[in-house]
Write a protein that binds this ligand. Structure first.
Ligand code: ADP
Ligand code: MG
Length: 530
C-alpha cells in the first residue's frame, strides 16, 4: 500500500533503493520527489543528464500497487532501461513499434504481472490501449524526456502534446514529467500542455562547477585551437558544424601529431563505431565530431570539449560542454567562433523550411547564445540564469572572472542606433540602419529618402562590424525588437534610459578581428580595462 505519512514513504523508498537498486543513498532531490509521488502527488523534475531521473519514477513504481506506465520517445532508451530493470529482477517490459511479442506483453499487463511498462506515446494514446489501462490498477504515469512537448524544440513529438489528456482520464493517478532541458520557456510549456498545474517543481542545480567556460571570437580558429590544445593533456572532443570541417580539422590534427579521428553521420557505420571504441578506450586522444557524436557517450574522463563553431542554442552548448568532466575533476569548455558562423546559422534557420513561428523561436535561441558569448561578466551566472538558476557570486573560474575582458563604451553608439531606428520610421532592418548610420548612399536609402535624415552618416567613424555588435546587443537585450508583422525593428520601452543617456552600455572590444582604431576614432571608441 502507498504509505500515508511522508516518513514512512521515505523509509520504504530507501529500502527499495538499497535492496532493488543497490545504491546507498538518494541524491537530493530524488528523496523529495519519490516521497511526493508515493504520496500520490504530481511532480515536474528538471535535472541535468546523468542526474538520476529514472529512479525518481522507478522507486515509486515499486512502492505503489499496480503497474507504472513510463512514456519515452526513443525505442533504444526504453529497451536499455527495461533490460537494466530485468537484470535486477524487476518485472518490466516495453511496448513500441519494434517490440517483441506485444501480445504476450499485453497479456502480462492484463494479469497485473508487470510493475513497469515502457510505452511509446502513440501506442499509449490508442483508444484501445487507454480503455484497457482504465480497467487496470495504474500506480503512476511517468513522462520522460518531457521537453518533447515543446513545439519549437528539435525533439518535438506531436503525440506528447496529447498526454495532458491523462489527467482527466486517470484522476487520482500521480503523474511525473522529467527533462534535462530546463530553460524557463520549456518549463512553462511542459507544465501547461501536460496539465501539470498542480505539480510540485523540483530543480536540481545545473551547475557544473568543475567545468571552466571560455569563449573567444575571431578569425584564425586553427591557430587558436593549436594554442588551446598545447595546454591539454587528457582526452577531448572538438565539435565542428559541418562534416567537411570535421574531416579537415581531423586530418590537420593528425598531420601535426595528434591522435585524432573524425566522427560524423556521413562516415560508414563500422568506421564510426571503430573511432568511438578507440576514443572510449583512450587509444585516440581527440575526437573531432559533428553533434552526431555524444548522445549516450559514457566517458567520464573527457577533459575538454572544444567548439570551433557557435552552437545554435544555449541548450546545445550546455549539453555538449556537459560531456566534459563527468568524473568531477577539472575540465575545460572552450569555444572559438567567428561572425561567419552566425551568418551560416542564420541562413540554416531561414532555409530550414520550418514555420515562421519556429524560425522566430530558433532565432531567439541563437540570440540568447550570442548574448552568452558577448557577456562581459561571469559566464556561469549567465548560463545558469538562462535555466532560471541564480548564482549569487561570480564563479571566479570562467574566462571573464579570471581575466576581465577589455571593453569599449558603446553608449553613444547605442543611442545613435536607436535614434536611427526611430527616425527611419521603425521599418528598417539592421543592414539598412547601418547603411544610414555610416552614410552609405544605397538605392534603398535613396528611395526611402533616408539620406535626408538627421542621423544619416552620424556613425561613420565606427566600422560596420562594430555597428553589428551594437545592434546584436540591442536585439539580444530586447531594446530593439523585430516588428511583429512585416519587417523592420521597433523600439521597446526598455530603450528609453539608453536614449536619455541614463544607462551606459559596455561591449567587449577586440572581437572578430576588430581592426586597430583609426586615428580620431579613439576618442569616442574609448577603451577601458576592468
Ligand atoms: P538521467 O535520466 O537523469 O540522465 P539516469 O537515471 O540514467 O540519469 O541515472 C544516471 C546514473 O546515475 C545511473 O547510472 C544511475 O544508476 C546513477 N544513479 C542515479 N541515482 C543514484 C543514486 N542515488 N546513487 C547512486 N547512483 C545513482
Ligand atoms: Mg533519463
Amino acid at each position: 500500500m502507498p504509505s500515508s505519512s511522508p516518513d514512512l514513504a521515505l523509509a520504504q523508498a530507501q529500502k527499495i533503493l538499497r535492496e532493488a537498486f543497490g545504491h546507498r543513498e538518494f541524491r537530493p532531490p530524488q528523496d523529495a520527489i519519490v516521497t511526493r509521488l508515493i504520496g500520490g502527488g504530481d511532480a515536474l523534475v528538471l535535472m541535468p543528464t546523468g542526474g538520476g531521473k529514472s529512479l525518481c519514477y522507478q522507486i515509486p513504481a515499486l512502492a505503489r500497487p499496480g503497474t507504472a506506465i513510463v512514456i519515452s520517445p526513443l525505442i533504444a532508451l526504453m529497451d536499455d532501461q527495461v533490460q537494466a530493470l530485468q537484470r535486477r529482477g524487476i518485472a518490466a517490459a516495453a511496448l513500441h513499434s519494434a517490440a517483441n511479442a506485444p501480445d504476450a506483453i499485453e497479456h502480462r499487463l492484463r494479469a497485473g504481472a508487470l510493475r513497469i511498462l515502457y510505452c511509446a506515446p502513440e501506442r499509449l494514446l490508442q483508444e484501445r490501449m487507454l480503455r484497457l489501462l482504465r480497467e487496470l490498477s495504474i500506480s503512476l504515469f511517468a513522462i520522460d524526456e518531457a521537453h518533447c512537448v515543446a513545439q519549437w524544440g528539435h525533439h518535438f513529438r506531436p503525440e506528447y502534446r496529447q498526454l495532458g489528456r491523462l489527467r482527466a482520464l486517470f484522476p487520482g493517478v500521480p503523474r511525473i514529467a522529467l527533462t534535462a532541458s530546463a530553460d524557463l520557456a520549456s518549463r512553462a510549456e511542459i507544465q501547461q500542455s501536460l496539465a501539470l498545474g498542480n505539480a510540485q517543481v523540483f530543480v536540481q542545480s545545473f551547475d557544473r562547477p568543475n567545468i571552466r567556460y571560455r569563449i573567444e571570437q575571431g578569425s584564425g580558429a586553427r591557430e587558436a585551437l593549436a594554442e588551446f590544445l598545447r595546454r591539454q593533456r587528457g582526452a577531448g572532443i572538438v565539435y565542428c558544424l559541418s562534416r567537411r570541417k570535421v574531416e579537415e580539422t581531423a586530418s590537420w590534427l593528425q598531420s601535426v601529431g595528434y591522435r585524432a579521428q573524425p566522427y560524423h553521420a556521413g562516415l560508414p557505420a563500422d568506421q564510426r563505431s571503430a573511432h568511438q571504441i578507440d576514443f572510449l578506450s583512450g587509444k585516440i586522444q581527440i575526437m573531432v565530431a559533428t553533434i552526431a557524436f555524444g548522445m549516450g557517450i559514457d566517458k567520464a574522463d573527457v577533459r575538454f570539449v572544444a567548439h570551433l563553431n557557435l552552437p545554435k542554442s544555449i541548450e546545445a552548448y550546455y549539453q555538449e560542454t556537459g560531456r566534459a568532466g563527468r568524473d568531477g575533476k577539472p575540465a575545460e569548455a572552450w569555444m572559438h567562433y567567428s561572425l561567419q558562423d552566425l551568418l551560416l546559422l542564420r541562413q540554416m534557420i531561414q532555409q530550414s523550411g520550418a514555420s515562421s513561428e519556429q524560425r522566430c523561436a530558433e532565432e531567439e535561441r541563437l540570440q540568447a547564445m550570442l548574448d552568452l558569448t558577448e557577456e562581459v561578466g561571469c559566464r556561469r551566472q549567465k548560463l545558469l540564469g538562462y535555466f532560471g538558476e541564480k548564482l549569487d557570486q561570480p564563479c571566479g573560474n570562467c574566462d571573464n572572472c579570471l581575466h576581465a575582458p577589455p571593453l569599449w563604451d558603446a553608449s553613444e553608439a547605442a543611442q545613435m542606433a536607436l535614434s536611427a531606428a526611430y527616425r527611419s520610421g521603425q521599418r528598417c532592418g539592421v543592414q539598412h540602419l547601418i547603411d544610414i548610420l555610416i552614410g552609405r548612399d544605397t538605392p534603398r536609402v535613396r528611395q526611402a529618402q533616408h539620406h535626408r535624415l538627421q542621423v544619416f552618416g552620424i556613425g561613420r567613424r565606427l566600422p560596420p562590424r562594430d555597428w553589428q555588435q551594437v545592434f546584436r546587443h540591442l536585439l539580444a537585450r530586447g531594446h530593439l525588437q523585430p516588428h511583429p508583422e512585416g519587417s523592420g525593428l521597433i523600439l521597446h520601452a526598455s530603450s528609453r534610459p539608453i536614449l536619455r543617456k541614463e544607462q551606459r552600455i559596455w561591449l567587449r572590444s577586440g572581437t572578430a578581428n576588430t581592426c586597430s582604431p583609426e586615428p580620431g576614432r579613439r576618442s569616442w571608441r574609448e577603451r577601458r580595462s576592468r
